[in-house]
Write a protein that binds this ligand. Structure first.
Ligand code: FES
Ligand SMILES: [Fe+2]
Length: 460
Protein backbone atom coordinates (compact mmCIF):
# COMPACT_ATOMS: atom_id res chain seq x y z
CA UNK A 1 0.00 0.00 0.00
CA UNK A 2 1.29 3.43 -0.82
CA UNK A 3 1.66 6.27 1.62
CA UNK A 4 -1.11 8.42 0.16
CA UNK A 5 -3.68 5.63 0.31
CA UNK A 6 -2.68 4.90 3.91
CA UNK A 7 -3.68 8.35 5.03
CA UNK A 8 -6.78 8.57 2.86
CA UNK A 9 -9.03 9.40 5.81
CA UNK A 10 -7.26 12.72 6.25
CA UNK A 11 -7.93 15.78 4.19
CA UNK A 12 -5.60 18.56 3.20
CA UNK A 13 -2.27 18.51 1.47
CA UNK A 14 0.39 16.19 2.73
CA UNK A 15 3.81 17.62 3.40
CA UNK A 16 5.98 18.33 0.39
CA UNK A 17 8.41 15.52 -0.20
CA UNK A 18 12.04 15.63 -1.13
CA UNK A 19 11.94 19.21 -2.33
CA UNK A 20 15.48 20.32 -2.62
CA UNK A 21 15.01 24.06 -2.96
CA UNK A 22 15.53 26.13 -6.10
CA UNK A 23 17.59 24.47 -8.82
CA UNK A 24 19.00 25.29 -12.21
CA UNK A 25 18.84 22.64 -14.92
CA UNK A 26 21.51 22.63 -17.64
CA UNK A 27 20.11 22.84 -21.16
CA UNK A 28 22.02 19.79 -22.39
CA UNK A 29 19.07 17.43 -21.84
CA UNK A 30 16.98 19.57 -24.18
CA UNK A 31 19.34 20.61 -26.93
CA UNK A 32 22.36 18.31 -27.11
CA UNK A 33 22.48 15.86 -30.01
CA UNK A 34 24.89 13.69 -28.08
CA UNK A 35 22.48 13.53 -25.14
CA UNK A 36 19.58 12.70 -27.48
CA UNK A 37 21.59 9.82 -28.95
CA UNK A 38 22.56 8.53 -25.51
CA UNK A 39 18.90 8.46 -24.46
CA UNK A 40 18.28 5.39 -26.62
CA UNK A 41 20.47 3.05 -24.60
CA UNK A 42 20.44 4.75 -21.22
CA UNK A 43 16.79 5.74 -21.03
CA UNK A 44 14.38 4.37 -23.64
CA UNK A 45 15.82 0.85 -23.53
CA UNK A 46 15.68 0.83 -19.72
CA UNK A 47 12.28 2.20 -18.67
CA UNK A 48 8.68 1.02 -18.80
CA UNK A 49 6.89 2.76 -21.67
CA UNK A 50 3.19 3.20 -22.20
CA UNK A 51 2.69 1.73 -25.67
CA UNK A 52 -1.06 1.55 -26.20
CA UNK A 53 -4.32 0.56 -24.58
CA UNK A 54 -5.99 -2.81 -24.22
CA UNK A 55 -8.96 -1.41 -26.13
CA UNK A 56 -6.61 -1.23 -29.16
CA UNK A 57 -6.40 -5.03 -29.26
CA UNK A 58 -9.71 -6.48 -28.00
CA UNK A 59 -9.72 -9.70 -30.09
CA UNK A 60 -7.24 -12.54 -30.33
CA UNK A 61 -4.88 -11.74 -33.20
CA UNK A 62 -5.36 -7.97 -32.91
CA UNK A 63 -2.01 -6.20 -33.04
CA UNK A 64 -0.44 -2.76 -32.88
CA UNK A 65 3.14 -1.60 -33.22
CA UNK A 66 5.01 0.88 -31.06
CA UNK A 67 8.11 2.61 -32.39
CA UNK A 68 10.71 4.44 -30.38
CA UNK A 69 13.88 5.56 -32.15
CA UNK A 70 15.46 2.45 -33.69
CA UNK A 71 13.21 0.01 -31.90
CA UNK A 72 9.86 -1.22 -33.08
CA UNK A 73 7.72 -3.51 -30.94
CA UNK A 74 4.87 -5.71 -32.12
CA UNK A 75 2.17 -5.96 -29.46
CA UNK A 76 -0.64 -8.43 -29.87
CA UNK A 77 -3.41 -10.27 -28.12
CA UNK A 78 -2.25 -13.87 -28.13
CA UNK A 79 -5.24 -15.23 -26.18
CA UNK A 80 -8.44 -13.80 -24.69
CA UNK A 81 -6.58 -12.87 -21.51
CA UNK A 82 -3.01 -12.61 -22.77
CA UNK A 83 -0.93 -9.91 -24.40
CA UNK A 84 2.42 -10.61 -26.05
CA UNK A 85 5.14 -8.28 -27.27
CA UNK A 86 8.00 -9.01 -29.64
CA UNK A 87 10.80 -7.16 -31.34
CA UNK A 88 9.24 -6.25 -34.67
CA UNK A 89 12.03 -7.76 -36.73
CA UNK A 90 12.26 -10.96 -38.71
CA UNK A 91 14.86 -13.29 -37.25
CA UNK A 92 16.13 -14.31 -40.71
CA UNK A 93 17.87 -11.29 -42.19
CA UNK A 94 16.38 -8.52 -40.14
CA UNK A 95 13.56 -7.12 -42.22
CA UNK A 96 11.07 -5.23 -40.09
CA UNK A 97 8.26 -7.75 -39.83
CA UNK A 98 5.23 -5.42 -39.78
CA UNK A 99 5.52 -2.13 -41.64
CA UNK A 100 3.96 1.06 -40.32
CA UNK A 101 1.73 2.46 -43.09
CA UNK A 102 3.09 5.68 -44.55
CA UNK A 103 2.10 8.65 -42.40
CA UNK A 104 0.47 6.52 -39.68
CA UNK A 105 1.46 6.57 -36.02
CA UNK A 106 1.56 2.78 -35.87
CA UNK A 107 0.46 -0.37 -37.64
CA UNK A 108 -2.79 -1.98 -36.55
CA UNK A 109 -4.75 -5.03 -37.65
CA UNK A 110 -5.71 -8.62 -36.95
CA UNK A 111 -3.66 -11.65 -38.02
CA UNK A 112 -3.16 -15.21 -36.88
CA UNK A 113 0.31 -15.27 -38.37
CA UNK A 114 2.89 -12.80 -39.53
CA UNK A 115 4.71 -13.50 -42.79
CA UNK A 116 7.88 -11.62 -43.56
CA UNK A 117 7.76 -9.80 -46.89
CA UNK A 118 11.35 -10.68 -47.84
CA UNK A 119 11.62 -14.51 -47.89
CA UNK A 120 8.36 -15.52 -46.33
CA UNK A 121 9.38 -16.78 -42.91
CA UNK A 122 6.17 -16.95 -40.91
CA UNK A 123 5.53 -16.46 -37.21
CA UNK A 124 2.58 -17.45 -35.03
CA UNK A 125 0.93 -15.42 -32.27
CA UNK A 126 3.27 -16.96 -29.70
CA UNK A 127 6.28 -15.73 -31.69
CA UNK A 128 7.27 -19.19 -32.95
CA UNK A 129 8.58 -19.45 -36.48
CA UNK A 130 6.13 -21.78 -38.22
CA UNK A 131 7.36 -21.71 -41.82
CA UNK A 132 10.85 -21.51 -43.29
CA UNK A 133 11.38 -22.05 -46.98
CA UNK A 134 13.93 -24.83 -47.58
CA UNK A 135 14.61 -25.20 -43.90
CA UNK A 136 16.61 -28.41 -44.54
CA UNK A 137 19.40 -26.33 -46.13
CA UNK A 138 20.39 -25.21 -42.63
CA UNK A 139 20.96 -28.87 -41.73
CA UNK A 140 19.14 -28.75 -38.42
CA UNK A 141 20.75 -25.55 -37.12
CA UNK A 142 17.50 -23.55 -37.12
CA UNK A 143 16.14 -24.40 -33.71
CA UNK A 144 12.93 -22.91 -32.40
CA UNK A 145 15.03 -20.86 -30.05
CA UNK A 146 17.08 -19.35 -32.90
CA UNK A 147 14.15 -18.52 -35.11
CA UNK A 148 11.44 -17.33 -32.74
CA UNK A 149 10.74 -13.60 -32.44
CA UNK A 150 12.64 -11.80 -29.70
CA UNK A 151 10.51 -11.34 -26.64
CA UNK A 152 9.81 -7.89 -25.17
CA UNK A 153 8.65 -7.62 -21.56
CA UNK A 154 5.02 -6.52 -21.46
CA UNK A 155 2.45 -5.93 -18.74
CA UNK A 156 -0.73 -3.95 -18.23
CA UNK A 157 -1.93 -1.40 -15.72
CA UNK A 158 -4.77 1.13 -15.81
CA UNK A 159 -6.01 -0.23 -19.15
CA UNK A 160 -2.67 0.64 -20.75
CA UNK A 161 -0.15 -1.74 -22.27
CA UNK A 162 3.37 -1.14 -21.02
CA UNK A 163 6.55 -2.50 -22.55
CA UNK A 164 10.14 -2.62 -21.38
CA UNK A 165 13.06 -3.22 -23.75
CA UNK A 166 15.32 -4.22 -20.86
CA UNK A 167 15.00 -7.97 -20.25
CA UNK A 168 16.29 -7.44 -16.70
CA UNK A 169 13.72 -4.80 -15.79
CA UNK A 170 11.91 -4.55 -12.48
CA UNK A 171 8.20 -5.53 -12.41
CA UNK A 172 5.85 -2.89 -13.84
CA UNK A 173 3.94 -2.46 -10.61
CA UNK A 174 7.10 -1.75 -8.60
CA UNK A 175 8.23 0.70 -11.26
CA UNK A 176 4.90 2.58 -11.29
CA UNK A 177 4.60 3.07 -7.54
CA UNK A 178 3.51 5.25 -5.89
CA UNK A 179 1.60 6.51 -8.98
CA UNK A 180 -0.25 3.23 -9.54
CA UNK A 181 -1.41 2.92 -5.94
CA UNK A 182 -2.71 6.49 -5.82
CA UNK A 183 -4.45 6.18 -9.20
CA UNK A 184 -5.92 2.68 -8.73
CA UNK A 185 -9.09 3.97 -7.02
CA UNK A 186 -9.86 6.03 -10.15
CA UNK A 187 -10.30 2.78 -12.13
CA UNK A 188 -8.72 4.19 -15.25
CA UNK A 189 -8.95 0.76 -16.87
CA UNK A 190 -12.71 1.30 -17.26
CA UNK A 191 -12.29 4.47 -19.33
CA UNK A 192 -12.19 4.49 -23.10
CA UNK A 193 -10.76 6.92 -25.62
CA UNK A 194 -12.99 9.87 -26.47
CA UNK A 195 -10.42 11.24 -28.91
CA UNK A 196 -6.71 10.80 -29.56
CA UNK A 197 -4.41 12.94 -31.61
CA UNK A 198 -0.72 13.04 -32.42
CA UNK A 199 1.50 15.72 -33.80
CA UNK A 200 5.18 16.34 -34.51
CA UNK A 201 6.51 19.35 -32.61
CA UNK A 202 9.62 21.42 -33.21
CA UNK A 203 10.89 20.93 -29.69
CA UNK A 204 12.49 18.34 -27.47
CA UNK A 205 10.12 15.79 -25.94
CA UNK A 206 10.84 17.23 -22.47
CA UNK A 207 9.83 20.73 -23.53
CA UNK A 208 6.51 19.36 -24.80
CA UNK A 209 5.74 17.47 -21.58
CA UNK A 210 6.88 20.29 -19.34
CA UNK A 211 4.33 22.60 -20.94
CA UNK A 212 1.70 20.50 -19.16
CA UNK A 213 3.23 19.49 -15.85
CA UNK A 214 2.74 22.78 -14.04
CA UNK A 215 0.05 25.42 -13.56
CA UNK A 216 2.48 28.32 -13.22
CA UNK A 217 1.91 29.13 -16.89
CA UNK A 218 -1.86 29.56 -16.64
CA UNK A 219 -2.03 33.35 -16.00
CA UNK A 220 0.30 34.24 -18.90
CA UNK A 221 -0.52 31.48 -21.40
CA UNK A 222 -4.26 31.07 -20.73
CA UNK A 223 -5.31 34.49 -19.37
CA UNK A 224 -8.99 33.89 -20.11
CA UNK A 225 -9.04 31.09 -17.51
CA UNK A 226 -8.22 33.57 -14.74
CA UNK A 227 -11.83 34.80 -14.65
CA UNK A 228 -12.91 31.33 -13.47
CA UNK A 229 -10.47 30.39 -10.80
CA UNK A 230 -7.22 30.77 -8.98
CA UNK A 231 -4.69 28.44 -10.54
CA UNK A 232 -1.87 28.52 -8.03
CA UNK A 233 -0.56 25.02 -7.87
CA UNK A 234 2.00 22.61 -6.51
CA UNK A 235 4.24 20.01 -8.11
CA UNK A 236 5.72 17.28 -5.94
CA UNK A 237 8.32 14.65 -6.65
CA UNK A 238 7.13 11.14 -5.82
CA UNK A 239 10.04 8.82 -6.28
CA UNK A 240 10.84 8.65 -9.99
CA UNK A 241 7.42 10.08 -10.78
CA UNK A 242 5.74 13.32 -9.71
CA UNK A 243 2.29 14.85 -9.46
CA UNK A 244 0.70 18.25 -9.59
CA UNK A 245 -2.39 19.86 -8.13
CA UNK A 246 -3.92 23.13 -7.04
CA UNK A 247 -3.68 24.98 -3.77
CA UNK A 248 -7.05 24.88 -2.06
CA UNK A 249 -8.77 26.93 0.60
CA UNK A 250 -9.76 25.32 3.92
CA UNK A 251 -12.88 23.18 3.48
CA UNK A 252 -12.46 23.00 -0.29
CA UNK A 253 -9.52 20.62 -0.38
CA UNK A 254 -11.14 18.60 -3.13
CA UNK A 255 -10.59 21.52 -5.49
CA UNK A 256 -6.91 20.62 -5.51
CA UNK A 257 -8.10 18.04 -7.95
CA UNK A 258 -9.53 18.16 -11.45
CA UNK A 259 -13.25 18.71 -10.92
CA UNK A 260 -13.15 22.08 -9.25
CA UNK A 261 -15.32 25.01 -8.43
CA UNK A 262 -15.22 28.34 -10.18
CA UNK A 263 -14.18 31.36 -8.12
CA UNK A 264 -16.00 34.56 -7.27
CA UNK A 265 -19.18 35.69 -5.53
CA UNK A 266 -21.42 33.04 -6.97
CA UNK A 267 -19.69 29.66 -7.48
CA UNK A 268 -22.91 28.29 -9.03
CA UNK A 269 -22.46 30.67 -11.93
CA UNK A 270 -18.68 30.61 -12.22
CA UNK A 271 -18.54 26.80 -12.07
CA UNK A 272 -21.10 26.53 -14.86
CA UNK A 273 -19.22 29.07 -16.97
CA UNK A 274 -15.86 27.38 -16.41
CA UNK A 275 -17.33 23.98 -17.25
CA UNK A 276 -18.96 25.22 -20.42
CA UNK A 277 -15.80 27.05 -21.45
CA UNK A 278 -13.66 23.95 -20.83
CA UNK A 279 -16.02 21.76 -22.79
CA UNK A 280 -16.11 24.18 -25.72
CA UNK A 281 -12.39 24.88 -25.88
CA UNK A 282 -10.66 21.66 -24.72
CA UNK A 283 -13.32 18.95 -25.20
CA UNK A 284 -11.66 17.09 -22.33
CA UNK A 285 -11.12 17.44 -18.55
CA UNK A 286 -14.90 17.53 -18.21
CA UNK A 287 -17.84 15.60 -19.62
CA UNK A 288 -21.27 16.45 -21.02
CA UNK A 289 -22.85 15.21 -17.78
CA UNK A 290 -20.65 17.46 -15.62
CA UNK A 291 -21.37 20.47 -17.81
CA UNK A 292 -25.13 19.89 -17.73
CA UNK A 293 -25.12 19.39 -13.97
CA UNK A 294 -23.12 22.62 -13.56
CA UNK A 295 -25.54 24.55 -15.78
CA UNK A 296 -28.42 23.46 -13.50
CA UNK A 297 -26.76 24.72 -10.31
CA UNK A 298 -28.47 28.11 -10.43
CA UNK A 299 -31.89 26.41 -10.63
CA UNK A 300 -31.21 23.78 -8.01
CA UNK A 301 -29.43 25.80 -5.31
CA UNK A 302 -30.39 29.12 -3.70
CA UNK A 303 -28.19 32.14 -4.10
CA UNK A 304 -25.60 32.31 -1.34
CA UNK A 305 -25.12 28.55 -1.05
CA UNK A 306 -21.65 28.08 0.46
CA UNK A 307 -18.97 26.89 -2.00
CA UNK A 308 -18.43 23.51 -0.34
CA UNK A 309 -22.16 22.75 -0.71
CA UNK A 310 -22.13 23.86 -4.34
CA UNK A 311 -19.22 21.53 -5.09
CA UNK A 312 -20.87 18.62 -3.31
CA UNK A 313 -24.22 19.16 -4.99
CA UNK A 314 -22.66 19.49 -8.45
CA UNK A 315 -20.59 16.32 -8.19
CA UNK A 316 -23.38 14.31 -6.57
CA UNK A 317 -25.95 15.25 -9.17
CA UNK A 318 -23.55 14.54 -12.04
CA UNK A 319 -22.72 11.16 -10.47
CA UNK A 320 -26.46 10.40 -10.24
CA UNK A 321 -27.14 11.47 -13.84
CA UNK A 322 -24.33 9.28 -15.11
CA UNK A 323 -25.46 6.29 -13.02
CA UNK A 324 -28.92 6.62 -14.60
CA UNK A 325 -27.35 6.05 -18.04
CA UNK A 326 -25.19 3.18 -16.85
CA UNK A 327 -21.99 5.12 -16.21
CA UNK A 328 -20.83 4.29 -12.71
CA UNK A 329 -18.15 6.52 -11.23
CA UNK A 330 -15.81 4.83 -8.80
CA UNK A 331 -16.22 5.89 -5.16
CA UNK A 332 -13.03 7.59 -4.11
CA UNK A 333 -12.49 9.17 -0.71
CA UNK A 334 -12.60 12.98 -1.20
CA UNK A 335 -9.43 13.33 0.86
CA UNK A 336 -7.68 10.92 -1.45
CA UNK A 337 -8.97 12.77 -4.51
CA UNK A 338 -7.65 16.00 -3.05
CA UNK A 339 -4.20 14.65 -2.34
CA UNK A 340 -3.92 12.85 -5.67
CA UNK A 341 -3.94 16.25 -7.41
CA UNK A 342 -4.76 16.83 -11.06
CA UNK A 343 -2.13 14.81 -12.89
CA UNK A 344 0.70 12.32 -12.46
CA UNK A 345 3.87 12.41 -14.46
CA UNK A 346 4.88 8.79 -14.97
CA UNK A 347 8.60 8.71 -15.60
CA UNK A 348 9.84 9.45 -18.12
CA UNK A 349 7.28 10.51 -20.71
CA UNK A 350 3.65 9.93 -19.83
CA UNK A 351 1.23 12.22 -17.98
CA UNK A 352 -2.13 11.06 -16.66
CA UNK A 353 -4.52 13.90 -15.83
CA UNK A 354 -7.00 11.88 -13.81
CA UNK A 355 -10.52 12.38 -12.44
CA UNK A 356 -13.23 9.97 -11.31
CA UNK A 357 -14.94 9.92 -14.69
CA UNK A 358 -12.41 11.13 -17.25
CA UNK A 359 -8.74 11.58 -17.95
CA UNK A 360 -6.60 13.70 -20.25
CA UNK A 361 -3.24 12.13 -21.02
CA UNK A 362 -0.13 13.32 -22.77
CA UNK A 363 2.97 11.55 -23.91
CA UNK A 364 6.01 12.61 -25.87
CA UNK A 365 8.93 10.77 -27.38
CA UNK A 366 11.79 11.64 -29.66
CA UNK A 367 11.33 12.00 -33.40
CA UNK A 368 14.55 10.42 -34.58
CA UNK A 369 17.74 11.67 -32.96
CA UNK A 370 16.96 15.31 -33.60
CA UNK A 371 16.80 16.92 -30.13
CA UNK A 372 14.64 19.68 -31.62
CA UNK A 373 11.72 17.48 -32.60
CA UNK A 374 9.33 15.11 -30.88
CA UNK A 375 6.17 13.10 -31.36
CA UNK A 376 3.52 14.42 -29.00
CA UNK A 377 0.28 12.61 -28.22
CA UNK A 378 -2.84 13.83 -26.47
CA UNK A 379 -5.73 11.55 -25.60
CA UNK A 380 -8.98 12.19 -23.77
CA UNK A 381 -10.59 9.25 -21.99
CA UNK A 382 -14.00 8.97 -20.41
CA UNK A 383 -16.41 6.50 -18.85
CA UNK A 384 -19.03 5.46 -21.38
CA UNK A 385 -22.14 3.30 -21.10
CA UNK A 386 -21.24 -0.25 -22.15
CA UNK A 387 -21.61 -0.62 -25.91
CA UNK A 388 -21.60 3.14 -26.50
CA UNK A 389 -17.83 3.63 -26.50
CA UNK A 390 -16.78 5.63 -29.58
CA UNK A 391 -14.51 3.95 -32.11
CA UNK A 392 -11.38 6.08 -32.27
CA UNK A 393 -8.09 6.07 -34.12
CA UNK A 394 -4.89 8.08 -33.70
CA UNK A 395 -5.38 11.17 -35.85
CA UNK A 396 -2.34 12.97 -37.21
CA UNK A 397 -2.82 16.66 -36.53
CA UNK A 398 -1.20 20.03 -36.87
CA UNK A 399 -0.66 22.16 -33.76
CA UNK A 400 -3.48 24.51 -34.77
CA UNK A 401 -6.72 25.85 -33.33
CA UNK A 402 -8.60 23.87 -36.00
CA UNK A 403 -7.08 20.59 -34.82
CA UNK A 404 -6.74 21.12 -31.06
CA UNK A 405 -8.93 24.06 -30.08
CA UNK A 406 -7.69 27.36 -28.66
CA UNK A 407 -6.46 26.29 -25.20
CA UNK A 408 -4.05 23.51 -26.15
CA UNK A 409 -2.87 25.66 -29.04
CA UNK A 410 -1.90 28.32 -26.51
CA UNK A 411 0.27 25.69 -24.80
CA UNK A 412 1.76 24.60 -28.10
CA UNK A 413 2.64 28.19 -29.01
CA UNK A 414 5.41 28.21 -26.39
CA UNK A 415 7.14 25.02 -27.38
CA UNK A 416 9.22 25.85 -30.45
CA UNK A 417 10.02 29.22 -28.90
CA UNK A 418 11.34 27.55 -25.73
CA UNK A 419 13.41 25.11 -27.77
CA UNK A 420 14.86 27.96 -29.78
CA UNK A 421 15.44 30.12 -26.71
CA UNK A 422 17.29 27.42 -24.82
CA UNK A 423 19.87 27.25 -27.61
CA UNK A 424 20.55 30.94 -27.32
CA UNK A 425 24.16 31.47 -26.28
CA UNK A 426 23.17 33.76 -23.43
CA UNK A 427 20.71 31.39 -21.76
CA UNK A 428 22.03 30.08 -18.46
CA UNK A 429 19.63 27.21 -17.68
CA UNK A 430 16.11 26.28 -16.68
CA UNK A 431 15.03 27.60 -13.24
CA UNK A 432 11.67 26.04 -12.41
CA UNK A 433 9.52 27.44 -9.61
CA UNK A 434 10.39 25.14 -6.68
CA UNK A 435 6.76 24.91 -5.59
CA UNK A 436 4.58 24.94 -8.68
CA UNK A 437 7.09 23.54 -11.17
CA UNK A 438 8.44 20.80 -8.93
CA UNK A 439 7.60 18.20 -11.57
CA UNK A 440 10.16 19.74 -13.92
CA UNK A 441 12.97 19.48 -11.39
CA UNK A 442 11.85 15.96 -10.49
CA UNK A 443 12.01 14.80 -14.12
CA UNK A 444 15.57 16.03 -14.49
CA UNK A 445 16.76 14.66 -11.17
CA UNK A 446 15.50 11.25 -12.24
CA UNK A 447 16.74 11.58 -15.81
CA UNK A 448 20.22 12.36 -14.48
CA UNK A 449 20.20 9.01 -12.63
CA UNK A 450 19.63 7.18 -15.91
CA UNK A 451 21.70 9.40 -18.16
CA UNK A 452 24.64 10.16 -15.89
CA UNK A 453 24.39 13.80 -16.99
CA UNK A 454 22.18 16.85 -16.66
CA UNK A 455 21.78 16.84 -12.86
CA UNK A 456 19.95 19.97 -11.62
CA UNK A 457 22.26 22.11 -9.48
CA UNK A 458 21.23 24.07 -6.38
CA UNK A 459 20.52 27.68 -7.28
CA UNK A 460 22.49 29.76 -4.85
S1 FES B 1 14.28 -11.33 -43.71
FE1 FES B 1 12.42 -12.14 -43.16
S2 FES B 1 12.25 -13.95 -44.28
FE2 FES B 1 14.17 -13.17 -44.85
FE1 LIG C 1 -1.68 25.00 -20.41
Amino acid sequence: MNDVAKVSGRTGPEPLQELSGPVIIPTEAYVSEEYARAERDRLWRKVWLQAGRLEDIPEVGDYITYDILDDSVLILRTAADKVGAYHNVCTHRGRRLVDTPQGARNARGNRRQFTCGFHGWTFGLEGRCTHILQKEDWRGALTDERTRLGQVTVDTWGGWIWINLNPECEPLRDYLEPAAGVLDPFELQNMRYKWRKWVVFDCNWKVALEAFDETYHVPATHPEFMQFGDFRGWGRPRGRHSHIGYDAPEGLEETQAKLRLGKGKDPRVSTARMQQFTQDTVNAVTTRTLVDAALRLVDELPEGTPPDRVLKHWLESARRDDAARGVIWPSVDPGHIARSGTAWQVFPNFQIGHAVNNALCYSARPYGYDPDRCIFEAAALELFPRGEEPKTEWIKCMPTVEDFGPVLTQDFSNMAAVQQGMKNGGYRGNMPNPKSEGAVASLHRNLARYMGAGEPRPLK
